[in-house]
Design a protein around this ligand. Sequence first.
Ligand code: CA
Length: 358
Amino acid sequence: MKIRSVLSAAVLAVATTFAASQAFAQETFTLRLAETWGPNFPIFGDATKNMAAMAEKMSDGRLRIRIDSANKHKAPFGVFDMVKAGQYDMGHSASYYWKGKVPNTLFFTSMPFGMTALEQYAWFYYGDGMDLMQEVYEPHNLMSFPGGNTGIQMGGWFRKEIKSVDDLQGLKMRIPGFAGEVFAEVGVSPTNIAPGELYTALERNTIDAAEWVGPALDLRLGFQQIADYYYTGWHEPATELQFLVNKKVWEKLPADLQEILRISMRTAAYDMLIESQHENAKAWASIKQEHPDVQIKTFPKEVFHAMYEANQKLLNEAAAGDELASKIVESQEDYLEMSRAYTDISERAYLNTMAEVE
Ligand code: CA
């Protein structure tokens, strides 16, 4: 009798816990996400769709993410503000777009002459990257997570070959961000033009050169039809997009859904890097085939030296004015130095070897 009553108490306890967890399990969350990109934007848009699909599946439908593209919310560069204010729960964009608002957001996308995607992911997840990024976003009621990497971006399409620093004087180029500032230091006149107008601007000589992303996305804009010189990259060696989450919304999620969201974002980010490699390789094969006049060029050493110096000067200026900026620049420089020494004897050594035997 005694044993039975202990057992039935235990059964009751288990049943109560089960009922409670069932009630908990049935609670569903629908988060609204605003992305900077238009609807069905290739590669970048796939990252948000993949993330949302994974989160919904892993949570058995308890976590749903509804994506609004730029045509819906009409504010591609308002994502930071909308998520901060709670108009949206999440965002998908790029951290460096907010540098005019919060200068230290600049550092979490890609820096000229900075880390490769592999090195930068290592810095984010195993170095200080995530903590530093959170330190920048925390005061704005936001959490920021890596949101997908383009891999190294190409240096842009030029209608004339660049043979010296002199050739850069007065050159009108679409190149946004910190790289634009670096180019300005060596004589270029940088502008930022919306992607939809880029082809016409280059075709009509409103600009002399334009950088966008890499073969997969550039091919769709048609630059290969009007510019013969396609330069290799230096300015965005590992462009990382960003998932933003409103911090109060994050805190309302149960721990298991937080983890599901975290893993969905991380997996979708990594997947975008692989998709970028695949799509760029395919697109480059087609450019080579269909537009044999396109030549791959690398800027002359003299140009690189001038840009490298300009970059260091601008970085020092940024670090001098702000304690957190200085901490981030130092962390990135230290990590790059350590990580690159290993990259040199691994990836670089292998690629050099292959170049010798092929
Ligand atoms: Ca770019």
